[in-house]
Write a protein that binds this ligand. Sequence first.
Ligand code: UT7
Length: 335
Amino acid sequence: MAPRPPAELRATVLGVGAYAPPKVMTNDDLARLVDTSDEWITTRTGIKRRHIAGPDQATSDLAIVAAQQALDAAAVRAQDLDLILVGTATPDMLFPATACVLQDRLGAARAGAFDLLAACSSFVYGLISAGQMIASGVIRTALVVGADTLSRLVDWEDRGTCVLIGDGAGAVVLGSSESGRGIYTGRVGADGSAGDVLKVPAGGSRIPATAEAIERKLHRGYMDGQAVFKLAVRTIPGLIRETVAQAGWTMDQVDLIVPHQANLRIIEAMASQLHLPMEKFVVNIQEYGNTSAASVPLALFEAVQAGRIHAGDRLVLAAFGGGFTYAACALVWGT
Ligand code: UT7
C-alpha cells in the first residue's frame, strides 16, 4: 500500500475565552444622558445593554482575563506560546503594544508580541494572520485577542454613536492540527477611500493630542452611521460567499456564522441576502452592543458556552469596521 500523503497542517482553535466588565449601562441609563429612548435604540440597533470598563480598567485588563480563560480552556501554558497578537484600536497606550503588556503579565517569555489595527475587523484579521504563521510552520502556538474599550473614545454627548458601543475582550488559543479540522481559508479586504466614515482624528502624528484637538473633540470617535451601514450591507454578504467558495464549501454546508455585532439590522440584512435563516447567525448584540475587535470572539465564546458549536462544524467568522476594513475566516471546529 502506498504511504498516505501527509495531511495538511492547519491552525485550529484549542480554547476560547471572553470577558466583559461588570458595569452595565442600559438604554434607559443612556436616555438620562442624551436625547434617546429604549424604543429607538432597540428598534434601530437591537441593543438593550452594554458593559462599560471601570475607570481603572484599560484594554489589557479586559484582555488578560479573556486570554487566561482561553489558555485554561486550551490547557496551554503561557510560557509555551510563540506569539501574542492583540487586535485593538484602543491600546493601553500608543506604544509599547498592548500585546507586550499581556506578554509580560502572562509570563509568556518565549512569545513574540504585536498589535494589529483593523478597527472592528482586527480580531478576524489577526486570526487569519496568526493562523497562516502556524500553517506555514513559522510558529506552533498563538494567542489571538480582540479587545477594545471604545467607551474611552466615544463622544458621550453624541447620541448617534454613544448608544452603540460597549467594552469587552475575547481570545482564542491557536495550535496546529493535521486532522483536517481548523482554519480552511480567510479573506481580508479594505477600502481606504472610505476611511472618513469612521475615525478618531486626533492622538496620532497628523493631529497630536493637543489641548486644541481635545477642545475640538477630535480625540473622540466620529461616525457616519448610514454610510457604514450601507458599506457593511454591500460588502459582507459577498465576502462571506467568496470565503465559503474559497474553502471549497457550499453555503448550505455552513453550520454557523459568527458576525461582527454592530447592528441587528445589518445581521438580518446579511441573512436575507445569503438566504440563510437567522438561526445560523450568532447574535448577542442585545447584551454587549458593538464591542469592536472583541465582538466576534465574544460571540464565539458565548456560542461555545451555549453548546451551539460541535466538533466538525463549519463556521464562518466575519467582521467589518473603520478603515473601511473587512475580513472573513472559514474554519472547521475541533482539533
Ligand atoms: O463597527 C462598525 C461601526 N458602526 C456601525 O456598524 C454602525 C452602522 N450604522 C448604524 O448602525 C445605523 O446607521 C445607526 C444605528 C447609527 C443609525 O440608525 P439609522 O436608522 O441609520 O438612523 P439615522 O442616522 O438615519 O437617523 C434617523 C433619525 C435622525 O433624526 P431625524 O434627522 O430623522 O430627525 C437622527 O438624528 O434618528 C435620530 N437619531 C436618534 N434618535 C434617538 C440618531 N441617533 C439617535 C438616538 N436616539 N440614539
